[in-house]
Design a protein around this ligand. Structure first.
Ligand code: MTE
Ligand code: MO
Length: 520
């Protein structure tokens, strides 16, 4: 009888199967993550989440010992933890594959939490991890079965020939998996190189100071009631709407904008040239045409950019032109009336948002923002081309899909506090919300309590006619029980917000926002 492989060798092979499976899991996830947002890469997100969770004393300790090698130490410790876990799970798979798969699932939930804890992560960014886990488990299942038959079952069968074949299978399959993992890792490196460059470029970018600085926001622009939205929407909370499956990651060094079509002079602008222009700061509330009555597809930011009016002055539009078709790097187009881009309003070619370079999701390195028009006809992100043309000649992305060619923002208002169906205390009952009428400004906001007569609210300070305005109403001696509140705005031209109910398509929702609440 041929002496069978030792039990040690058996357990090493079992652990090795776990390692190979882990390699396939992470390389597949890493490769697929290239097509998702940055947090989708599991190892990176695990590392970042780990850094966030590390207590300060430990961070200081590691930095005091390893100095700037602290990141390397982190990576090596993480690798060690992954290797040990994979080895143990490989061994566990010999006892019970179900238990091994269960442990992978539990660890997977931890990694998923790390991914979701990153800013800008969405549930979809878990896809690479999930597919990676499935791949890893299939590899583990296969390899551990083969490992068992090599090292265990032949002892009873005395079938040396079969053992040799299965051992070959084990070696062959694990080598193939390792080679595949290395290829996948190499490919993901290659595919993400351009993106990593853009990320580094954005991080090192220092925006120039504006020629025209926005005045500070008066304190009373913000109504201080718990639950009110912030007057300036933080970039990470800003609503995001676009057709991009993967967010374009443009290296500003390779960005340029061409202004052409019905113009006297074509203009091409590099990012460096754009930053040399006299940039201005401006507060502006963006709104999506898909925003339902009372919805939250609206956000307010301080933008830094170059007035499109000045850019178009350089190009000199020809008579007869009435539209600018803006195109994004991913092919999205918007049609904006030429007049809107050349009149007094602050339509910008924006590079900054709330003091930061634009986030990738919001159009880095350059986007348009135009007061008074819904985003789909004006706010092109990742903009690379402006064609001066005519509505009669060109049709934009959404205009061929059932939405109006023109999209002025409708006068709108919203109740933010209390939330619909909330229960609130009677004393010091404060209601609050927002209203917007970009380019005209809000003159008044009125409420109808329990469908009673319209009453005036107090307005927060106006920052600009192009931004939303907050309101509040103190309801003294509100009786206990069920109540409703309905809101409408009046703009500075005297227009009263329409109560006619319209759904978002084709040119924006209308109707009065009404909510119901209970007073205790
Ligand atoms: N390139 C590109 N730009 C785009 C879009 C898009 O799909 N692609 N969507 C537009 C729409 S419909 C809106 S409402 C705004 C939203 O901008 P935000 O995501 O920065 O809030 O971007 C506009 N710009
Ligand atoms: Mo939109």
């Amino acid at each position: 009888m041929r002496k069978s492989e030792s039990p040690q060798q058996y357990w090493v092979a079992a652990g090795f199967a776990g390692l190979v499976a882990a390699a396939s899991l992470f390389s597949v996830a890493q490769l697929l993550s290239v097509f998702f947002a940055v947090p989708a890469a599991p190892l990176n997100s695990m590392g970042s989440a780990f850094i966030d969770l590390t207590p300060v004393w430990l961070k200081d300790f590691v930095i005091s010992i390893f100095g700037t090698n602290d990141k390397l130490v982190l990576k090596l410790s993480m690798a060690l933890v992954v290797v040990i876990a994979a080895f143990l799970i490989g061994m566990l798979a010999q006892r019970s594959f179900t238990a091994a798969a269960g442990s992978v699932a539990v660890l997977g939930i931890g990694v998923a939490a790390a991914i979701l804890s990153r800013t800008g992560a969405s549930a979809g960014d878990l896809t690479p991890l999930v597919i990676g886990i499935i791949t890893g488990l299939l590899v583990l299942k296969w390899l551990s079965t083969v490992a068992r038959s090599v090292f265990a079952t032949h002892e009873s069968t005395f079938d040396t020939a079969r053992t040799t074949t299965t051992r070959r299978q084990f070696v062959l399959f694990s080598s193939l998996t390792i080679v595949g993992s290395l290829l996948a890792t190499g490919l993901s490196r290659y595919l993400s190189a351009a993106r990593d460059l853009s990320i580094a470029a954005r991080e090192s970018l220092r925006l120039p100071a504006p020629k025209l600085k926005a005045s500070p926001i008066p304190r009373n622009a913000q109504i201080e009631i718990a639950g009110m939205p912030q007057f300036l929407t933080p970039n990470t909370d800003f609503y995001r709407i676009d057709t991009a499956l993967t967010v374009p990651q443009i290296d500003p060094a390779r960005w340029s904008l061409k202004v052409h079509g019905m113009v006297e002079h074509e203009v091409t602008l590099s990012f460096a040239q754009l930053l040399e222009q006299e940039l201005v700061e401006s507060y502006l509330t963006l709104t999506c045409v898909s925003n339902p009555v009372g919805g939250d597809l609206v956000g307010n930011a301080k933008w830094l950019g170059y007035p499109l009016r000045l850019l178009l002055e350089q190009a000199v539009p020809l008579p007869g032109a009435d539209m600018v078709l803006s195109t994004s790097s991913d092919g999205f187009t918007a049609s904006t009336p030429l007049e809107v881009l050349t009149d007094h309003r602050m339509a910008l070619l924006a590079v900054g948002m709330n003091g930061q370079p634009l986030p990738f999701e919001h159009g880095f390195p350059v986007r348009m923002v135009v007061p008074g028009l819904y985003g789909y006809v004006s706010a092109t992100k990742w903009v690379v081309d402006l064609e001066v043309t005519r509505f009669a000649d060109k049709v934009a992305y959404w205009s061929t899909r059932g939405w109006s060619e023109h999209g002025p923002i409708k006068l709108a208002s919203r109740v933010d506090v209390p939330r619909n169906n909330a229960t609130v205390a009677a004393n010091n009952l404060a209601l609050g919300g927002t209203a917007w009428a970009q380019t005209r400004g809000i003159a008044a906001v009125e409420l109808s309590l329990d469908d009673g007569p319209w009453v005036k609210t107090e307005l927060g300070d106006e920052v600009s006619v192009d931004t939303w305005r907050q309101w509040r109403y103190l309801w003294e001696s509100a009786p206990a029980g069920q109540h409703s509140v309905k809101v409408r705005a009046i703009d500075t031209h005297g227009e009263i917000q329409s109560g006619d109910i319209a759904s978002p398509a084709p040119n924006g929702a209308s109707g009065w926002h009404q909510i119901h609440f209970t007073v205790r």
